[in-house]
Every structure is written in C-alpha cells, then in structure tokens.
Design a protein around this ligand. Structure first.
Ligand code: ZN
Length: 267
C-alpha cells in the first residue's frame, strides 16, 4: 500500500494502471542497459514534460503545471510503447507575471530556452532524433515557439514538436466550462490536475477573485499589455475551481492524449 501511495504522489499515476511495466518507458525508473535495449527495440522518440513552479491560488500547489505535464507525458509514452521514452519533467518555466505571489520561481526566457536545448542535445548525442515537448504552462508558449526555430536551425536532421496539450481538448473545455474567465487555477486546470497529478490539488478550493473588468479581460485576446497576474485576480485564480472534477479532468486529458498520440504515431 505504501509503495502505491508514494508512487501516486510522486508520479501521479499508479504503478499498475496497465499490464505493462512503467520501467520500460520512464527514464528515471530505467538503467542505461534498459534504455539501450529499448532503443534497439525501436524506441526513437523522447517526450519531455515542461512545467512551471508557480502559484495556483487557493486551489492548487506549485506543482500543478509540472505534475500535469509529467502525468500527461507518462500516459502518452505508455500509449506509444515501445516507441517513446518519458524523461523527467522540467519543473521551472517562465512565470514573472506570478512573482507577486510568494513561492513562485521563474527562469529568464533565455535560461529556459538554453535548458531545453541542452536536454534535447543530451538525447541527440545518444542517437535520438525525434522529440516532443508537452507544455503545461501558458507563459512558456512564446519561448517554445522560439525553441523550435532554434532546434530546426541547429539540427537539420531532427523532428521536434511541442504542444500545450490542453489546447488539443479545447472543444471539451468549451462544452464543460462556462466561467467567463478561465485558464489558470480554474475548473479546467484543476480538473486535469485531479486526474493527472492528484497530489497537486488542494481541498479548500474557491472561485477566483477576478478584479479585472469583463471588458478589459476580453480585450486581452488582442491587446498584449505589461501586466502581472494580480492585475487580473486578487487570489491568483481564474474561473471557479469548486466546479472541478476528476471526470472532467479525465475527459480533457484523454481527448488530448488521443489527439497527440495520433499525431505522434506518424511522427
Ligand atoms: Zn497552471
């Protein structure tokens, strides 16, 4: 029991959720001879979860983004077995807009890009040529796009892609979430965290205390302004995480897993 509890907390998934052994596709459970053996068996795709250590209001911990990304990637690797290798998550991202909330840690964009480039380069040197980065934090998006351009220029022989995996299930979110503001520590995100990284969710959840007017908030769709997250919400949350559920999290995550696994099958 204790082993299962620890693995739930650390990995966000139980060891025995499938008939296969996670030791065969999760790097930090493998030895180098096992990696070598899997590569000989056709493992050719590296999956890198990318998170952030940032506040999630009263509703979630600093581990929500990283936990979601890692939980997602481990399930994705399992689906793509034996082709894909899930490596440990990058727990830091670009979050200067959350720095007014204590505990948030951020990287400069240049540092973030350099770290990811080094991680890709490490696996390139071992012979991998296919990379997929699963991003769990909106603030990382512009840098992920820049990273793809840099990788393309530096390594003409690799295939690299990234996705903010939640976007692959935006139809499910539209159908199930009616809060006018959502996208952070809200019902959509906390539901995913319940399913992908249950240890990262707090019990005492509350609706976000949005302080920005509806009009100003909508204008953000096309006006980019220098702002911090506390300009938008007093407690750091949007939407209404009291409506979050494991079932909705499962719907969102499984839709995104279907879409992205489909894409990567021919990658
Ligand atoms: Zn988040």
């Amino acid at each position: 029991m204790r082993t299962n509890y620890i693995s739930e907390r650390v990995y966000g998934m139980s060891r025995d959720c499938s008939g296969k052994e996670p030791e065969a596709w999760i790097l930090d459970r493998m030895s180098w001879p096992e990696v070598e053996e899997q590569m000989e068996n056709g493992m050719d795709l590296v999956l890198i979860p990318v998170g952030s250590t940032e506040q999630h209001g009263y509703n979630g911990t600093f581990g929500v983004d990283t936990g979601r990304a890692e939980g997602f990637v481990r399930r994705l690797a399992e689906r793509l077995y034996p082709r894909a290798l899930a490596v440990p998550a990058v727990p830091y991202g670009i979050a200067p807009h959350h720095m007014n909330f204590p505990g948030t840690m951020t990287l400069e964009p240049e540092t973030f890009i350099a770290v990811l480039e080094d991680l890709v380069d490490s696996m390139y040197r071992h012979g991998f040529r296919k990379f997929f980065l699963a991003n769990g934090h909106g603030g990382n998006r512009p840098a992920m796009t820049l990273l793809m351009g840099k990788l393309r220029a530096r390594y003409p022989d690799i295939d690299a892609s990234w996705a903010s995996f939640t976007s692959a299930a935006s139809d499910i979110i539209r159908e199930n979430v009616d809060s006018s503001t959502h996208g952070h520590a809200c019902e959509a995100e906390i539901s995913q965290a319940m399913y992908l990284a249950p240890w990262s969710v707090k019990e005492d959840r509350r609706p976000g205390e949005v302080v920005m007017s509806e009009e100003e908030y909508q204008r953000r769709q096309y006006i980019g302004r220098a702002e911090t997250f506390d300009d938008i919400t007093r407690d750091g949350a949007l939407g209404d995480a009291t409506k979050a559920s494991w079932d909705l999290g499962k719907k969102i995550a499984e839709k995104a897993l279907d879409e992205i696994a489909d894409y990567l099958r021919d990658f």
